[in-house]
Design a protein around this ligand. Structure first.
Ligand SMILES: Nc1ncnc2c1ncn2[C@@H]1O[C@H](COP(=O)(O)OP(=O)(O)O)[C@@H](O)[C@H]1O
Ligand SMILES: [Mg+2]
Length: 307
C-alpha cells in the first residue's frame, strides 16, 4: 500500500479525434493540497470529471483510496466532496435551503452539517438572500460548502477562486488551507493562475495540452528556482573540490560539464574566482541569477507561460 489518496495511471480522454488528456499519471498524497496548474483548455476539468466518474475514461485507470474506482463508485463517492465548474443550485431558494436539500439528498445526517459548512466558507446561516441574487464569490463559497457538507476525506475543487476579487481569493485560500491543516483533508484543486497554486499547494502538477509536464512538491520546485550564483569553469571536479575544501560549500549543483550553481548567495564571488584561477581552473563566467517560477513555467510550457 502506498499513501496516495488519488493515483491516476496513464489516464487518457479522447473526444472525437482530439486527445484532451494524454497518459496522465497523478499522485495525490494523503493530507496534502495538490494543485493542478494549467491554462484554460489544458484538460484540468476533464481529469477531475474522470476521477469523479462524471465522464467516461477512454483509457487508463483511476485509483482512489488505494483501489480502482471502476465499479466501486457507490463505496468511494460518499468519501469525496467535489465542486466542478459552476455548481447548480436553485435560484429561487436561499443558500441555506439549497444546502438543506443537498444534505437530505445525500443522506447527511449530522444535525449541524449545513450550519457548520456555511461557517467554514464564511456565509451566514439562515440568511434570506436567494441564490439567484448571489454574487459570483458567494456562489463559489456555497459550492464549496456543498462539497464539504458530509465531511468528506477528499475534496476536489475545480477552480474554486474563479471570478473572485483579490480579497475573496485570499479568504477562500485561507479556509482551504484550514480544511487541510485543521481537518486533515486531502485536497485536489485546479487553477490557471500560478500565484494562486504556489501560495496554496503542497504539491503541484503542471498540465499543458493534456500532458502532465511536471509533478513535484512545491518545496522542490522552489528549490529549483532559488537565487543562485552561476559559475562557468573549465574543470568541474577540480572546482568542486576547491569550493568544498576551501570555502566549505555543500549547497551547490552541477548543471553540465562547465556550469555550477551555488545556492548561498551571500558568497564572496570575487574571492571564489580568485581561488579558482590561482589553482588553474579557468573561470569563463560568473554571476547572480534568479529564475522566477514564472520563467520556469514559461520554459516548460514552451513560451506563453501561465500568468
Ligand atoms: N464534452 C466535450 N466534448 C468535446 N471536447 C471537450 C468536451 N469537454 C472538454 N472538451 C475539450 O477538452 C479540452 C480540455 O478541456 P477542459 O478539461 O475543460 O480544460 P480546462 O479545465 O483545463 O480548462 C478543451 O480543448 C475542450 O474544448
Ligand atoms: Mg476547467
Amino acid at each position: 500500500m502506498n499513501d496516495f489518496v488519488i493515483e491516476t495511471k496513464q489516464l487518457t480522454k479522447i473526444y472525437g479525434k482530439q486527445t484532451v488528456v494524454s497518459n496522465v499519471s497523478l499522485h495525490v498524497k494523503k493530507g496534502r493540497i495538490y494543485g493542478l496548474l494549467g491554462r484554460n483548455g489544458a484538460g484540468k476539468t476533464t481529469i477531475m470529471k474522470m476521477i469523479l466518474g462524471l465522464t467516461p475514461i477512454t483509457s487508463g485507470q483511476v485509483d482512489v483510496f488505494g483501489k480502482n474506482i471502476k465499479g466501486q463508485e457507490k463505496r468511494v463517492f460518499p468519501r469525496i466532496g467535489a465542486m466542478i465548474e459552476t455548481p447548480g443550485f436553485y435560484p429561487n431558494l436561499t443558500g441555506t435551503e439549497n444546502l438543506e436539500i443537498f444534505a437530505k439528498l445525500r443522506g447527511t445526517a449530522a444535525p449541524h452539517a449545513v450550519e457548520n459548512a456555511l461557517k467554514v466558507v464564511g456565509l451566514p446561516y439562515k440568511d434570506k438572500k436567494l441564490f439567484g441574487k448571489y454574487s459570483l464569490g458567494m456562489k463559489q463559497r456555497l459550492g464549496i460548502a456543498n462539497a464539504i457538507l458530509h465531511e468528506p476525506e477528499l475534496l476536489i475543487l475545480d477552480e474554486p477562486t474563479n471570478g473572485l476579487d483579490p480579497i475573496g481569493i485570499a479568504e477562500v485560500r485561507e479556509f482551504i488551507k484550514n480544511l487541510s491543516t485543521m481537518c486533515e483533508k486531502t485536497i485536489l484543486i485546479s487553477s490557471h493562475i500560478l500565484s494562486e497554486i504556489s501560495l496554496l499547494a503542497d504539491d503541484i502538477g503542471i498540465i499543458d495540452k493534456g500532458i502532465l509536464l511536471e509533478e513535484s512538491s512545491m518545496r522542490e520546485l522552489e528549490k529549483k528556482n532559488r537565487r543562485y550564483v552561476l559559475l562557468q569553469v573549465s574543470d568541474i571536479p577540480k572546482a568542486s573540490l576547491i569550493l568544498e575544501r576551501q570555502f566549505g560549500l555543500k549547497d551547490y549543483s552541477v548543471q553540465d560539464d562547465h556550469t555550477i550553481r551555488l545556492y548561498d548567495t551571500s558568497l564572496d564571488i570575487a574571492a571564489i574566482n580568485k581561488a579558482l584561477v590561482v589553482q588553474d581552473v579557468a573561470v569563463i563566467g560568473s554571476g547572480l541569477y534568479n529564475d522566477s517560477l514564472e520563467d520556469y513555467f514559461k520554459k516548460i510550457t514552451g513560451g506563453e507561460g501561465i500568468a
